[in-house]
Design a protein around this ligand. Structure first.
Ligand SMILES: *[C@@H]1O[C@H](CO)[C@@H](O)[C@H](O)[C@H]1NC(C)=O
Ligand SMILES: *[C@@H]1O[C@H](CO)[C@@H](O)[C@H](O)[C@H]1NC(C)=O
Ligand SMILES: *[C@@H]1O[C@H](CO)[C@@H](O)[C@H](O)[C@H]1NC(C)=O
Ligand SMILES: *[C@@H]1O[C@H](CO)[C@@H](O)[C@H](O)[C@H]1NC(C)=O
Length: 461
């Protein structure tokens, strides 16, 4: 594997391995880069400014999403390369870092391939526009090959390039400013927008386990502040019996699970194991829909015990009250667990609510109990997922395979409902099976067709 990593990297760096005395290996990284092509970037920038109305809004959105993804990857690459340069604490960790860098290069390559694909796929665009996109793609490919330091120094140019694309798009189709969502009791101000993807990774099992969830514990135990968790529905895309832990985001990306699995039960499924993808980890405990029950289970990862919280009579469960788009529903999404600044919430529906979303606070006692409950007027089958932030419930709907819209909000402080938020998520894979807000860093974690994707939520303060 090490050889593989080195071969992949040799396009970027020349890597020398030495065998000093004792049982240690030292990785020496020598940067042998050409200067960054400033002139080319500014030509691309100029050309982007001249962008004509040949570019459809959909096209620009897609392109923008890809560029945004690329822009996000580069600083991370830089960070990991610098970390690699500084490391001298033995062979093992250096190999791990090399894998991180390799993984990032792969993801950058994927983004570039998609840029290429989207160029080829839009033959209906005039040749001029095609040429322009081709050039953009070519330039972005060059960026990959250049010194990451230089790339970061030129980030401002990238930002300007994006802004120009933005202006071009808005010039063509003036967007109506969406009505601002309500405040809630938010320490960061109003939720305004969403940017990203910031992380886009296949993780440890590329292509396997389509359904699942991932994220960060908002109230971690001491020493576990940087840990990430992942739950994959390993049985029939419906059930799971363990949570997998990673000591950092990088470990999750490269798929090195140091703490490993914490098992709920050796059988899957069985009483009180996991049913459905919309789970959350909070305060060292996993909250989820218990197998074959209209109840929330709380699995304490320390004591390895499960306590349950029975939901009201006639709560829909066993795939009878799912999230849907058009006529497709996401199986076993009856219960959606969520976290925000104030703790844990459960979103579900009942017969007497005619399939509309119901929201309840989960109180953390032993056993957990159902706190205050709010009834909404949004029909669950018209919603693809929900999440909570600052005491406000947000719901998404499917717009196209590339775009999901955060269209609805319910403020638990005022009871105010909105159906016109108009905040768009640029998707990577088309289906979002779980969405989960991290109040620690204001990131929104999505699990989509075996990929883990995260977005940054933009607040007004
Ligand atoms: C910019 O556009 C000009 C004229 O349309 C073209 O000749 C040139 O190759 C383009 N350059 C890049 C880098 O896009
Ligand atoms: C772009 O895609 C085409 C067709 O799939 C392929 O032949 C070409 O090599 C690709 N170019 C790059 C730079 O990836
Ligand atoms: C939200 O962010 C996207 C992408 O960064 C941008 O295109 C859009 O204009 C922003 N919307 C608002 C209302 O600021
Ligand atoms: C989990 O169990 C440990 C040990 O019994 C206990 O100290 C902790 O408070 C429990 N956590 C939750 C969330 O119940």
């Amino acid at each position: 594997m090490k050889l593989n990593v080195i071969v992949t990297l040799c396009a970027l760096f020349s890597l020398t391995r030495q065998a000093p005395p004792r049982d240690e290996c030292v990785c020496e990284l020598i940067n042998s880069q050409k200067a960054f092509p400033h002139d080319k970037l500014s030509t691309v920038e100029d050309n982007a400014t001249k962008c004509t109305d040949n570019i459809t809004p959909q096209k620009t959105l897609e392109l923008e999403s890809l560029l945004l993804g690329l822009e996000r990857r580069l600083p991370q690459l830089l960070e990991d390369v610098s970390m690699l340069e500084m490391e001298d604490d033995g062979d093992l960790y250096a190999v791990l870092s090399l894998q991180v860098v390799e993984n990032e290069l792969m993801e950058i390559k994927q983004l570039i391939d998609r840029l290429n694909g989207s160029t080829l796929g839009h033959q209906r665009l005039t040749t001029d526009t095609n040429k322009q996109l081709e050039d953009l793609r070519a330039e972005m490919m060059e960026l990959e090959a250049y010194d990451t330091m230089q790339v970061v120094l030129r980030q401002q140019d990238n930002r300007r390039l994006r802004r120009d694309l933005e202006q071009c798009k808005n010039g063509l189709h003036p967007t109506t400013q969406p009505t601002r969502p309500p405040h809630g009791n938010c320490p960061h101000g109003e939720f305004m927008n969403i940017t990203g993807p910031k992380v886009y990774t296949a993780g440890e099992y590329p292509g396997s386990y389509k359904y699942g969830a991932w994220g960060r514990d908002p109230k971690p135990e001491a020493g576990k502040e940087n840990w990430y968790w992942r739950v994959m529905l390993t049985s029939g895309n419906k059930f799971s019996n363990y949570v997998r832990l990673y000591s950092s985001l990088s470990s999750l990306i490269v798929g090195v699970s140091t703490p490993g699995n914490v098992m709920i039960h050796s059988s899957n499924p069985t009483t009180n194991t996991i049913q459905g993808p919309n789970v959350v980890l909070y305060g060292g405990a996993l909250y989820y829909n218990c197998y074959n029950k209209d109840a929330v289970c709380r699995f304490n990862l320390t004591s390895k015990t499960v306590t349950t919280l029975q939901l009201p009579k006639d709560t829909r469960f066993n795939s009878k009250g799912n999230f849907c788009h058009l006529d497709e529903c996401y199986p076993y999404t009856d219960l959606d667990l969520a976290t925000d600044e104030s703790g844990v919430w459960v979103i579900y529906t009942t017969k007497q609510d005619f399939g509309n979303l119901v929201l309840s606070k989960v109180e953390e006692g032993v056993p957990p109990t159902l706190g205050q409950t709010w009834r909404t007027s949004v029909y669950k089958q018209g919603v693809t997922n929900t999440f909570m932030a600052c005491g406000v419930l947000y719901a998404t709907r499917y717009v196209s395979k590339d775009v999901e819209e955060i269209f609805y909000s319910f403020d638990t402080a005022t009871g105010a409902e909105r159906f016109n938020l108009g905040i768009f998520i640029n998707k990577m894979p088309p289906n979002i099976y779980s969405l989960n807000y991290s109040p620690v860093d204001q990131m929104l974690h999505a699990y989509c067709d075996a990929y883990m994707v995260s977005y940054e939520m933009v607040f007004s303060d």
